[in-house]
Write a protein that binds this ligand. Structure first.
Ligand SMILES: C[S@@+](CC[C@H](N)C(=O)[O-])C[C@H]1O[C@@H](n2cnc3c(N)ncnc32)[C@H](O)[C@@H]1O
Length: 339
């Protein structure tokens, strides 16, 4: 099977692409300037032992990992998925020299199981998932992910979706907002922030990132020197909620492992503790030989391990990488191999 190079995805979907993306794309002929791939060497090492065939980069972003994989492995073809049309456009620029060896697809990775079957990619030699947000998204004020620059309160990775951060901020009640900010942002002042949001929007909807960041900053008590901007956790929480980033991770990992060829490898980088917990649970269940309740004296199930885990603990970025790219600090890489 020869995979063709795709047409730019925004044209295929007829979605308007924001002016910010065009400016970024034009200014950065090298999309590698926009986002440093996290744990690049361990990812390439993990997938270097996968069999030949189709490797899916399920969060291709700006194509950093994809480019390295195509460089290292002449015997793979790469399918890149992303739910962000602007990221795919830049990935296409970056990967153009590999024309004929890659294909890009505007999709949520949680649809991989269906796509791999329908498009005939399965069984897969490898799958990479590098979860979360890219620097392209964070740095473009038009996308509304960042409290550092003013922009519309948007935060959608997939701009075909209807629900923006502004909608959550202006529609949810204080209890719902508190739960999001507490659970996804691990923000100790979640209740106070939620109440302040509900009270502020009585004067009119909150529509910009600067407005929300200012409100959070004015609400949180400041004691001593601050390590992060006071709005960091609230913005992270809203981003996770808008994009439903934690939904269905465990099911996705199990379904993804089932698409692998024997010896095929799945590498997942998680940044949030709830993400990593879901990945860990799925890995453990796939690697387990028994699913009997613990109170049974002996195993009565026929379950067999489908995968082997390449390490019991997640791999972490080394000090040099964390110093060069602070985003790598919270990255946890887990790798499994299909039996
Ligand atoms: C950390 S970046 C990936 C960077 C990429 N590995 C690189 O080297 O350039 C994460 C990307 O995953 C995408 N993403 C997040 N959740 C997704 C999902 N459920 N399905 C598809 N793409 C997703 C984001 O839009 C973003 O472009």
């Amino acid at each position: 099977m020869v995979l063709g190079r795709s047409i730019p995805v925004n044209l295929a979907t007829q979605q308007p692409v924001g002016q910010g993306d065009f400016l970024m794309a034009r200014q950065h002929r090298n999309p590698g300037d926009l986002h440093k791939p996290v744990m690049l060497d361990p990812v390439v090492e993990a997938l270097s032992k996968a069999p030949a065939g189709v490797v899916v980069d399920a969060t291709v972003g700006l194509g950093g990992h994809a480019d390295a994989l195509l460089t290292q492995r002449a015997d793979i073809r790469l399918v890149g998925l992303d739910r962000d049309d602007a990221a795919l456009e830049l990935a296409d620029l970056r990967l153009a020299r590999w024309a004929g060896r890659y294909e890009l697809c505007h999709s949520d990775y949680r649809a991989l199981h269906d796509l791999a079957e329908r498009r005939g990619w399965a069984p897969l030699a490898g799958i990479l998932v590098d979860m979360g947000v890219s620097s392209l998204q964070l740095d473009d004020p038009d996308r509304g992910f960042s409290f550092r620059q003013d922009g519309p309160l948007d935060m959608r990775m997939d701009r075909r979706e209807k629900r923006t951060a502004a909608e959550l901020v202006n529609r949810l009640d204080a209890g719902e907002l508190k739960a999001i900010i507490k659970d996804y942002g691990e923000e100790p002042h979640a209740a106070r922030i939620a109440r302040a949001v509900v009270s502020a929007r009585e004067a009119g909807p909150i529509t910009s990132t600067a407005e929300l960041a200012g409100l959070v900053e004015a609400t949180i008590p400041q004691r001593g020197p601050r390590r992060i901007h006071p709005a960091t956790r609230t913005f992270q929480a809203l981003r996770i909620a808008v994009n439903r980033e934690l939904d269905g991770i465990q099911d996705f990992v199990v379904a993804a492992a089932q698409q692998l060829a024997p010896g095929g490898r799945l590498a997942v980088i998680a940044f949030h503790s709830l993400e990593d917990r879901a990945v860990k649970r799925a890995y453990r269940s796939l690697a387990s030989d028994c699913e009997c309740p613990p109170e049974l004296p002996q195993c009565v199930c026929d379950k067999q391990a489908e995968v082997k885990l390449l390490s019991s603990k997640p791999l972490r970025a080394d000090e040099a990488e964390v110093a060069a790219n602070p985003r790598a600090r919270s990255a946890k890489l887990r790798v499994l191999e299909k039996i």
